[in-house]
Design a protein around this ligand. Sequence first.
Ligand code: DX5
Ligand code: ZN
Length: 220
Amino acid sequence: MSNVLIAPSLLSSDFADLKTEMAKVTEAGADWLHVDVMDGSFVPNITLGMPIVKAMKPYAKIPLDVHLMIDQPERYIEEFVRAGSDYLTLHVESTSVMKQSLEKIRSLGCKPGVTLRPRTALEELKPFLPLVDLVLVMTVEPGFGGQSFMENQVEKIKTLKKWRSEGVGNYLIQVDGGVASGTSKVCIDAGADVLVAGSAVFKGEKSVENYRKNIVALKG
Ligand code: DX5
Ligand code: ZN
């Protein structure tokens, strides 16, 4: 079994029973909890915001990994950090003040991350890599869970690993979108450190045993 970290995306959990879902998936071996924030503008879907992250925090025994899919995220950085985000990841397409935003996240005691849509070139991220703890490679178009893995994004994982070995930065490489037991191996082999998975973790029975089985299957 690989030692890749697993960050279940709560987007596929039962939102009406979030506290229980968090506890079950944590007991099942999750390493982080991935929280997808969507505003209906940067992406077509709307999910949740700072009050929910704040409500979750007292029950989170593992890091809260917050993925912001919102326009001008700089407006809300402070609130998301204060709500209890451990990692806060911003889309390069969503802000014109990325450097200041990442620096602000760090100055508030949170770990900054950066990400990009599948059609965005990795070079767009390069200037920001020395500033982040996490780089997220999107393997679906952001907005919805349950989409198919885009194999053509795997090259970005390999390039990020190569750049890191050349000293460009010191970040974890995370993959998000369509990661399931088959596609997880491709990501691990390419150099992924953290796998986000929604449907692949929360599918089937809502029990610790089932979630554990799903998580183990992702680790390969
Ligand atoms: C998509 C989100 C993902 C999503 C992944 O915009 O960023 O985190 O929940 O879901 P699956 O694993 O089902 O593709
Ligand atoms: Zn996500």
